[in-house]
Design a protein around this ligand. Structure first.
Ligand SMILES: *Cc1c(COP(=O)(O)O)cnc(C)c1O
Length: 310
């Protein structure tokens, strides 16, 4: 009914920095699932849209920062399937000069062009967004709606992410994914087989993720989180990371985003370089998408006189 179950293609990666290592590295191109509802957001929204429809809701409300992949995806999904969308956006100051913001922020511009209505809130209000009062206020303002949590993670999102791996993927020993809120990796963990291990690369600091993931996974599976590659925190980025993303794209043709997949791939390559994996291992990295965020990040990089992601 919404967002058909599609399988994305897998490519082997040939990258000079690890060409002397006997490790087989592949990438699953979830970023190519849909032009606008890209990567894991496609998976995460699928059963949420079904649920919203079953509950006879016509409006989707969700939360995010000003460059959020999730905000862009919800706007595009609502536009495609006829839901009204409201984005509760962190940063009250953005409302004061919205026209200028829309010119310089490609994510909000895209969401607005796909008819998303914005509700800007202060950072402290944003922290309260799961409280009953906050939600009641939203209901008074916008009427009845289906609420999708920040980053889209809930049981419906995890169910959708269980469709990322297919039976053909049983041949891979190790599955790698970036982590934001943990919904995506939970679905991946649930769909792995006994012979497989999952490694998650958080794009942010903090040690709450393991417990978040445990809420959603059903059995004893082999998985762990590697916290070495967050580059200082969420949406934090360094010249070294930009250089890596650009080199990876020029050699493999595969674009990576700076917030999630770039950090994950940097981590995988670094682990391979340091002989972390046994020889002969087949690794499957999940490209969770996020490429819409590159233009917005480049605007930020320009202001800081840092090189651009090309
Ligand atoms: C949102 C996002 C993630 C994080 O997914 P979670 O389910 O929140 O862990 C990872 N990669 C990309 C590209 C994303 O946009």
């Amino acid at each position: 009914m919404f967002l058909k179950n599609k399988h994305s293609s897998i490519e082997q990666i040939h990258f000079s920095e690890i060409s002397d290592k006997e490790i087989f590295l592949f990438i699953k191109r979830e970023d190519a699932l849909h032009p606008f509802i890209s990567g894991n957001k496609y998976r995460k929204l699928k059963y949420n849209l079904v649920e919203a429809f079953n509950q006879k809701k016509h409006t989707l409300v969700t939360f995010g920062g000003a460059f959020s992949n999730h905000i862009a995806a919800v706007a595009a999904a609502g536009f495609e399937y006829g839901f009204k969308t409201i984005g509760v956006i962190r940063g009250h100051e953005l409302a004061y000069n919205l026209d200028e913001v829309l010119q310089t922020n490609p994510t909000l511009k895209f969401a607005s062009q796909h008819n998303m209505q914005f509700h800007f809130v202060t950072r402290s209000e944003y922290r309260e967004k799961t409280s009953a009062t906050f939600i009641e206020n939203l209901q008074q303002k916008f009427g009845d709606f289906y609420l999708i949590p920040e980053g889209g993670t809930n049981i419906f999102a995890v169910k959708g992410c269980e469709e990322i791996l297919t039976e053909n993927d049983d041949q891979y020993d190790i599955i790698c994914s970036a982590i934001g809120t943990g919904g995506t990796i939970s679905g991946i963990i649930n769909s792995t087989k006994k012979n497989q291990e999952v490694i998650g690369f958080p794009s942010l600091k903090g040690d709450f993720l393991e417990n978040e993931i445990k809420k959603y996974i059903s059995e004893e599976k082999k998985w762990h989180i590697n916290t070495q590659y967050h580059f200082g925190g969420y949406a934090k980025i360094s010249e070294e990371l930009i250089t890596f993303i650009n080199k990876f794209k020029s050699e493999t043709g595969i674009p990576l985003d700076p917030v999630y997949t770039g950090k994950m791939m940097f981590g995988i390559v670094d682990l391979i370089k340091n002989d972390y994996f046994k020889k002969g291992r087949k690794i499957l990295a999940i490209h969770t998408g996020g490429l819409q965020g590159i233009d917005g990040m480049n605007n930020v990089l320009k202001k800081k006189n840092l090189p651009q992601i090309v």
